[in-house]
Design a protein around this ligand. Sequence first.
Ligand SMILES: [Zn+2]
Length: 91
Amino acid sequence: MTSLKEVIRTCVFCKTKYTQKELLRLKFEDKKLVLYNNYGRSFYICFNCIDKVQTNLTNKEYKKLERTLCKECKNNGSYIIQLKEIIIDVR
Ligand SMILES: [Zn+2]
């Protein structure tokens, strides 16, 4: 049974709903992608998508995900590369 207190969030990549512990919480700071630090606006990426980013992202998917991140940040940047660097730190 799922507790009512469980916080459900949506992955910005696949739009699937997950509980918070199944998601990585991130934010943009000075137009750079960083782990959420309890301040400011954040968004979530699920671990399924993170696995995909690490292993088998097609060119088309890569561009789509990067566009999503650019939209979140309202800026253009190499955010998938930044995301990969963050993932290495997290694991
Ligand atoms: Zn996802």
